[in-house]
Design a protein around this ligand. Sequence first.
Ligand code: SF4
Length: 218
Amino acid sequence: MFETLKNALGRQGWWPVSRDAATPAQARLEIVLGAVLTQNTAWENVRRALAALYRAELVDLAALDAIDEPHLAEIIRSSGTFRVKARRIKAFVRTVQDEFAGSLDALLGLPLPQARAALLRIHGVGPETADAILLYAGKHATFVIDAYTRRVLVRHQLATRRDGYDDLQARFHEEAPADLDVYREYHALIVELSKRHCRAKARCEGCPLEGFPHDPSA
Ligand code: SF4
């Protein structure tokens, strides 16, 4: 399926870091912020919130630590549920400041199990957000399971609706090589597939995965 998607949809090159990121460190922080901001909203809203953060010179750990939460919430208003997301960003930054001496790299540079556990302890960071941060900002080969992935797997009888996050992730980890580029591309390809074809109402005709056994009503 990966090869079929890659050939049909081409290289996705994720994560889509903006041109505003001046340094690799700022790009990594932008990925973290994007992973929190994208929870339950469209990417265009995230893009606008990130642009507002850059205008306010807030894609910076110390600046995010200094700003008060209501003010931050106003700046990221376009991302939806902005007060919740401001609280989550502040919690993330506080953890990095308190536990990792202000170094995002120190957190992301931990071995995968420890880095994932540290992220999951932060308020508002669930497995999907943690794995997105680890995969795209931390260069850890851990697969991201999102609602799109679950839908494609269920429709192709590779999972059931009852399967949990860890079950689905374990399946990818068993079937696909632990390769950073493959995991990054595969997740991005599934997102693209789901936008184009595997939507709430499946558009199987012309879909790259049409040749694989599937049930679009599942
Ligand atoms: S063939 Fe149909 S069910 Fe399978 S991924 Fe494409 S749209 Fe979804």
